[in-house]
Design a protein around this ligand. Sequence first.
Ligand code: MG
Length: 247
Amino acid sequence: MISLKTPAEVEQIRAGGKIVAEILRGLADLIRPGVTTAELDRWAEKLIVSKKALPAFKGYRGFPATLCTSLNEAVVHGIPGSRVLKNGDILSVDVGVKLGDWYSDAAWTYPVGDVDAESRRLMQVTQESLELGIQAALPGQRLSDIGHAVQKHVERAGFSVVRDFVGHGLGRQLHEDPQIPNFGAPGQGVRLKAGMVLAIEPMVNVGGYEVRVLEDQWTVVTQDGKRSAHFEHTVALLNGQVEVLTR
Ligand code: MG
C-alpha cells in the first residue's frame, strides 16, 4: 500500500531533506585523495546529530555506519572504513536522515581528484538519468514511466541499469511501497498521485548490469568489475508538479 503524505507531512520531510542536501554538498569539498571513507562517515554523523536528527542507515538491518560509501566497482551499500581514497577513484555516497518521525534519502557519485573520461561520462549520464526520472514522476503518469525514462537515457549512452536494486517510497519508514525499478516499459503500474514521496535512484554500470554481494554481506559490486555510479533524490509529488526535497 502506498501512503500519501499531507502537505504538513511533506514539510517535515523537506526539513530532513535539507540536512541530506547539506551533507551531499559538504562531501563535495571533503572528498579528495588521502581521505578515508571512515573520516567522511564521522563528519556526516556529527553533522546529522548536530541538527537533532538521526542517521537513518546506522543499525538498519545491522548496517554499521551513517553513510554507504561505494568505491569504483561498488554499486551500493559499501561500508566506510580505513580505505584511503586515491586520485582517479569515483565514490558513491548514500545518506539517509530521520528527522522527527520522517525519513529522507539521497545519493551522489563524486570524482576523487582527476578521473578518466569514461568515469566522468558515467557520472554525467547517471545524473541526467535521475533528472529524467524525476521529470517523469508527475501526478497522472504511471509508475513505470520513471524507470523507462532512466533506462532509455542510460542505454542510449551504452551503459546498463542495475536490476537487483530499485528506488522506493519513503516517509515514516525508510523503505515503503512502491518499489521503483530503473527499467521497464512505459505506462505500467500504479498511477502517480499528489502526496506520494519517492526515492528515485538510478544505479548505472559501465559494463553489464549484473551485480554480486561481497563477503561482508553488504557491499554490492558489479559482476564484471567495471565501474558503477549512483544518484538519488527524495521527491514529493504535489499538485501538477514534482518537488525535489534533497536538492
Ligand atoms: Mg534509497
